[in-house]
Design a protein. Structure first.
Length: 157
């Protein structure tokens, strides 16, 4: 599997070296903190799977693919993360980038709700305790930054 380019996907940097999905926990986290209904499709121990996501009050489901790779296989993503850290002056994100061993990628373009990839990235940042490298700006942020951007986009509906 090849990594997506930094401008093709939201990339979440994780300190966990092994891809592991705890579907029930992720669904609860999505409901509680993102006002979203989320389910996992595929093998939760796989390097590629999909999440379905919908706002709690308007269940229009969007399927969002997710892939994960070792950070060592993604030098362009690491470089983008370091540019993002530089753009915000560190702000503690430098420590999170230094601890990262794995990248989880969410393609920015999906069929359905265009906000769904950012919702999934926010969920991943929340459960993996890692920062998000966005595809559309030179920065890096965590769950709070994602939630601010989602609110500007009208999430949840």
């Amino acid at each position: 599997m090849r990594p997506l380019g930094w401008d093709e996907a939201y990339s979440v940097l994780s300190p966990e070296p092994i891809p592991r999905v705890e579907a029930a926990r992720w669904a609860q986290q999505a409901r509680t903190f993102l006002d979203a209904i989320m389910t996992v499709e595929g093998d939760p121990m796989s390097d590629s799977l999909a999440l379905t996501v919908a706002p709690l009050r308007a269940p229009h489901i969007t399927r969002v693919p997710v892939q994960t790779l070792p950070l060592a296989d993604c030098p362009a993503i690491l470089a983008a993360a370091e540019r993002g850290v530089g753009a915000i002056g560190g702000a503690g994100m430098d420590v999170l980038v230094a601890r990262a061993t794995r990248v989880w990628q969410v393609p920015r373009a999906v069929d359905g709700d265009p906000r769904a990839p950012l919702v999934v990235a926010a969920l991943l940042a929340s459960v993996l305790l890692g920062p998000i490298v966005p595809p559309d700006e030179v920065t890096i942020y965590g769950v709070r930054g994602a939630r601010v951007r989602l609110e500007k986009l009208g999430w949840p509906t």
